[in-house]
Design a protein around this ligand. Sequence first.
Ligand code: C2E
Ligand code: CA
Ligand code: CA
Length: 842
Amino acid sequence: MISRALGPLFRPAAALIGRLRYAQKFVVVGLVLLVPLGFVATAYVDLQRDQIAFSAKERSGVAVMAPLVELAGRIAQGRHAAVTAGGGEAVVNEAVVNEAAIDRAAIDRAIAVVDAADRRTGPTLGTAQGWAASRRLVLAARHATGTAADRYAAYDAAMAALLGLIVRVGDESNLTLDPDLDTYYLMDTLQFRLPVVLDNAGRGVDLALLADTRPAGARTDALIQLGLTNGVLIATRATIGRAVATAVAKTADDAVRRRTIADFRRLDDATAALTAILTTAVKDRRPGRVPAGASDAVRAAAADFAANAATSLDRLLRARIEGFSGRAYRVQLAAGLAALLGAYLFVGFYLSVVPPIRRMVAALHAVAAGDLTRRVVVDTHDELSVVARALNDTVAKTEIATDRLAREATHDILTGLPNRALALDRLDQALAAGRQRGALLAVLFIDLDRFKPINDSLGHHAGDAVLCEIAGRLARLPGLDTVARLGGDEFLAICERLAHPAVAVERADRVVAELSRPFVLGAGATAREVSVGASIGVAYADGSTVQAPADLIRDADVATYEAKQRGRGRAEVFDDQLRTAIERRLQTHVDLRHAIGSGQIRAFYQPIVDGGTAAVLGFEALARWQHPARGLLTPDQFIAVAEETGLIVPLGAEILTQACAQAVHWRREHPRAHVAVNVASAQLAHESLVPTIARVLADTGLDPDALWLEITETTIMADTEAAVETLRAVRALGVHLAIDDFGTGYSSLAYLRRFPVEILKIDRSFVAGLGHDREDEAIVGMILSLAGALGLRVVAEGVESAEQWGQLRQLGCGFMQGFFFGRPMPAAETHTLLTRPQPILS
Ligand code: C2E
Ligand code: CA
Ligand code: CA
């Protein structure tokens, strides 16, 4: 609230200070605080100096006033002596006057004292001229001759001048302006009252003595004057009483109080006595009764009082001056100490603020430049240390986050292994090192077998657990310098500094063995064992040529593929042979693309015969490729490539078209002839299969009943649900379905009942075992009896000899195919074979 209200007020200050760097802020604020302090202290000290000068002037006034009062006392004495020496109207010469006990020496001494004082103070007080005039009158009185009245008048004139000068000195020396009551009243007493007492006490007695010698008329005047003088004395006595009472009450100086009281008592008593005498004399009109020495006690007491009062005044003024200079000194000291302490603390303030800020700024710059290890040390307990802590925390958190990001950029989050990017980087370094040393290194591309089923059937958690376990096993295996996860179920290992290529193969075999050990997933009741395995491709770099890491990994990947092709759970080396094969495969792919649709692909036909009579009932269409350079190629040279590249789809359609056209041809003479066409898994998975078959049937006009489609057991097993759908659609066209290579896919016959299949083709590997392999014989026998029970027809493939034929016939195999009955042949050679057309399916 307050800060909001005052905000606008301080905004200019904030803007001004905010514009300055910290060092400048401190200088500005320091100056703003220290300079006025200096001014105030100086002003105060100046004030004390003024006071001291004021009091010093008073002291000089006192110094000259005391001898002046003393002199006034002497003059009063002289005046008295002048009256008492000669008497009457007699003219007295110098000698007589001298005899008259006028203490001229005392007057001279007093003059000398005033002279000395005047030399010191006259010029400053401006009383030198006044003194010179008074001095002349004093000297004139001292030397006065003539009648008593004349001399009296001379002294009186001197007295009047002195009294005037005393007042002048008082005015000029500030004494009349004195601020303290004790000194003021002492001064008042010294300056005004005591001279008056001195003057009037003597004057009273002198007037009385003079009056006594006067004629009656003049006497009355003198008496009046005496009365007046006496009145002045009485009044002055009272005034002194009050002044002294105040001064004594106010002074702090005991010695001054005691002395003043004593002096006052003495004067007061003497004055009281004198005024009593004078009062009686006036009342009785008998001035002659006043004793000549009646005023002596008063004059002496007043003179002593004056001398002591001057001493006291001087003492009080000196004490006051000491007080002032003491205070000035203390203020100077305090101001100096405050300034020093302030400056000291200010430097501390500066050092506790600016260096930490500089350190923080430096740290922030360093952090911005990427040094996340920087921390700031601020050993204060203020907001800056809070800021520093917050800064350090932030940097630390950033460091952790950055480390994690850096780690995640280079590592697989699931397994913690290096990822593909880091693997490439490491491989790059290893290749460079290998080239430098001419050392052999190998890359192991590890592809898991049977991982997908685990992931699909047991879930991703199980899959993740298996991957982590595999990562652990790989990391623990010796001889693998870098183990990385490339993604999915693919891992990579680098083996550096190999003594021999065989060492890498040994290590790869060890990896295969290690990963084929079963894994236990879960614990307790839910624990279950799963087993994966690995196919590994090994690629070498011997350091003789520059090889890109990605190329080496690709080679190893190709070798892995080969390992998979050759039955999984094994390691294959990427060697020249494989390289040639790969290149050939690549070339085959390129050529095959041109071959399809250009008449190079031709269907050959192999007879399918009646098992009992060997009569040809139909043919299986088998693809051949009339390659312009390589001659006639068999399926093993191009079907795999066609399947991998998807070219099998148009190739299959071409064979189907030829086969259907050929069958129509046969059926003109042999209406029951049929044709079997192979369908690969890529075709079965392709949405064009059913429309293509329908179109070909429509185009050629072949009765669907004359067409068999052969699908291998493993193809059907691979994607059961989709396969069932498609096969039903195919069957719905009226086409028949056969399971090819039966017995190699480990499927049960009962299971196969789900498919709309009517024919089984026993794989030729079982037929090859007939006559010497009991197991094969048992399997063939079992297939035949089960097929019979399920109402399926059976074709035995690969019959090469009369013995095999005989044995199969004995086992009751209805249909056969094999070199024994006829090899695959061009269409032109088929017609003569179709002698006794009998339908297999009827
Ligand atoms: P398959 O479907 O099992 O075809 C039978 C294969 O066994 C043919 O090889 C045939 O020549 C051979 N054969 C027949 N009788 C004997 C015998 O007594 N002894 C031996 N040792 N072999 C015999 P071919 O023509 O080389 O075909 C190989 C494979 O290529 C076929 O196996 C089939 O799976 C595939 N194939 C051939 N043509 C096509 C096609 O047009 N489309 C598709 N998808 N695959 C095809
Ligand atoms: Ca076949
Ligand atoms: Ca077959």
